[in-house]
Design a protein around this ligand. Sequence first.
Ligand SMILES: [Mg+2]
Length: 368
Amino acid sequence: MDNETTTTYRKIIHIDMDAFYASVEQRDNPELRGKPLVVGGPPEGRGGVVATASYEARKFGIRSAMPSKKALQLCPHALFVRPRFAVYKEVSQKIREIFSRYTDLIEPLSLDEAYLDVTDDKLNVGSAIEIAKQIKQAIKDELQLTASAGVSVNKFVAKIASDINKPDGLKFIGPSAIEAFMEQLPVEKFHGVGKVTADKMKKMGLHTGADLKKLTQDELTGRFGKVGKFYYQIVRGVDERAVQPHRETKSMGAEDTFAYDLTTVEEMNDELDKIAQAVYNRLLKYNLKGRTITLKIKYHDFRQITRNQSFPFPVGDLETIGNTAKQLLLASGIDDKRIRLLGISLSNFGEAAVKVKGDEVSEQLKLF
Ligand SMILES: [Mg+2]
């Protein structure tokens, strides 16, 4: 048998709202519909910047982060409105609620963009393409907005895919198509490759993924530093980065209700070993680590308590999970207790990443 047949792929969706701020403004104000609209700082005075331009405005070459003054030059009849972040935030929450019907593994990148891991979707839809279709339809029906979706087996390709058929697009790039897709991709389209790096690459004669692919990993790290390793993998369609849910919205765990009440510490520890193994397997599957381990105990009288311990760094190994749960159990006092259920969960995922994202958001808001 060929090993390939047993490979299981992740199912990753990248959802990106189309001209989000501008679309919300056009939705809420009919007078703005069908017109070149700029959401951002006003063109008068100094420092106004385009946050989002409607598709009608993009035809004139208006782009995000462009000075509003320049936008007005490009399109003198463009309409300007100031952003209403509170409204966008609210809409963003509603979009996230739609995502959460399918998965809890949601990694927001901004108010209008998120990665979803639907490898095990809650509704057992199974097909990531079908889930993407349903999400797009729900966003249309419930929020009167359009989104574009990219579907693939990793974050990198899913993100690029969502941009291909914009607006209102849906693009699937399956495992067998990834390498060819990456080879034809211009280097500036590589997510994370900024203009400076792209120019540097072009000067070296590197224009597409295929050019990058000719270099060894050592050559790539020699020229671009640590990120060279990422380039090496990504041109081969390899991106193991997990979808990292927001720490406050996510925990991952397992629990077990027993056929009879546990009364000895040996029985309890045996059960905790099994549960820790189940939690560990799930964490491994999603490549997650967490800073907090929580133990849940339900007694024979249905009284329930939780005890947790936080670490200064993310943990996810079997030994730490099992030992911490056992210590928390002992500390909770088990004399004369009859226990009906035990559960272990990890939370506080990817705090560093979330914090960085938060900083980026506030940086962006400062522009207006
Ligand atoms: Mg967008």
